[in-house]
Design a binder for this molecule. Structure first.
Ligand code: GLY
Length: 356
């Protein structure tokens, strides 16, 4: 497609990673986004957890594992370009079980079961209630807020314009998008990408809805090193330690549309789940509460690749796995736009599975 210009709607990690991947292929790309502070990218915890999430075998698991495995080299390149750390940490993820493997809601491979003594060797401060769990040494984490800053820095270095404006309408003639109406006037490009997460259905008729997640962070005491050394992925609760002593605790999963705010019941649920795993958390200072909106589809799979329009590509609906799927989405979408050849990996994520 030569140096055709691509206009990406959405300035979260997904939109930025697609813009950078296109740039690396010699294309010009620019981004238009509303309020980057609202993006799920900043609300997430940054777990890279295809195994701990217990995804069943199939295309989604393949996509997630491939993306996790791209992370080390992808962040290295990004950090070199933007001169900014992403906080990527190959910490492994421990999935504690409170009632033994049979009663656990997870259906993990028994080969990865770790008994109590192995669990405590990895994470000594676990509660006495923990009866063992699963250990996924290849799962990892990234500091999603640092990742977002690193992507912005890399975009700046690569001269990718990021325009703050609200897109109000896609204008089309037949099966081609001709322009976008925005609060900053009309914008045109030869190709368009929709990467607007939970807000996608406001722009085009694709079934992506918000699923709210509430989160909080506490400060860990650091006198004897990190008291939480690895990600703990429990039943309806996860704890994600950062190396600077912040401990991110998440997350509720609520079908309440775009209802804003943290609630006492949401925060209580998180604190009960967290202290059940690590009782000492009850005494650590609270740093912050926040919430965000996961973009979910009816089958919990993203919508990726071609659309009903010849010059519009979808990259939305990543649900619980947006941060994890950022590198592979950038790569697959840039490949699709430049070659118009569908990677077989994209087949399961085609929009037509959801719209008659
Ligand atoms: N990735 C975990 C969550 O969405 O809560």
């Amino acid at each position: 497609m030569g140096s055709e210009e691509v206009l990406i709607v959405g300035g979260g990690v997904m939109g930025l990673s697609i813009a950078l991947a296109l740039k690396q292929k010699g294309m010009t790309a620019r981004v238009v986004c509303r309020n980057p502070q609202e993006a799920a990218s900043l609300a997430a915890a940054g777990m890279l957890a295809p195994q701990a999430e217990g995804l069943s075998a199939g295309s989604m698991r393949d996509l997630c594992i491939q993306s996790r495995d791209l992370y080390p080299t992808w962040v290295k390149d990004l950090e070199t370009i933007g001169q900014c750390s992403t906080g990527y940490w190959a910490s492994g993820i421990l999935s504690p079980a409170l009632n033994g493997p049979e009663a656990s809601p997870f259906n993990h491979d028994r080969n990865q079961w770790a008994d109590v003594s192995k669990m405590r060797a990895i994470q000594p401060t676990l509660s006495d209630e923990v009866q063992g769990g699963w250990w996924f040494p290849e799962d990892a984490q990234v500091d999603n807020r640092k990742l977002y800053r690193a992507l912005r820095a890399a975009a700046r270095v690569q001269n990718i314009p990021i325009q703050i404006a609200t897109v109000t309408k896609f204008i089309h003639t037949g099966d081609r998008i001709t322009s976008l109406m925005t609060t900053d006037g009309e914008l045109q490009a030869q190709h368009y990408v929709l990467a607007t997460g939970a807000w996608s259905e406001e722009l085009l008729p694709i079934p992506v809805k918000p699923r709210k997640g509430q989160m909080l962070a506490v400060t860990m005491p650091m006198e004897d090193g990190l008291p939480v050394r690895t990600v703990l992925f429990g039943e309806d609760i996860y704890l994600v330690p950062r190396q600077d002593g912040r401990l991110v605790i998440g997350a509720t999963s609520e079908d309440v549309g775009f209802l804003p705010g943290n609630t006492p019941s949401g925060i209580m649920q998180l604190l009960q789940g967290a202290t059940r795993l690590i009782p000492a958390i009850a005494k650590w200072p609270i740093e912050e509460f926040w919430y965000g909106y996961r973009p979910v589809t009816p089958d919990d799979l993203p919508i990726l690749g071609e659309s009903q329009y010849r010059n519009l590509t979808y990259a939305t609906g990543h649900g619980r796995n947006g941060i994890l799927l950022t590198p592979i989405t950038g790569k697959l979408i840039a490949d699709w736009i430049t070659t118009q050849t569908n990677n077989p990996l994209l087949a399961a994520f085609h929009w037509s599975r959801l719209i008659a």
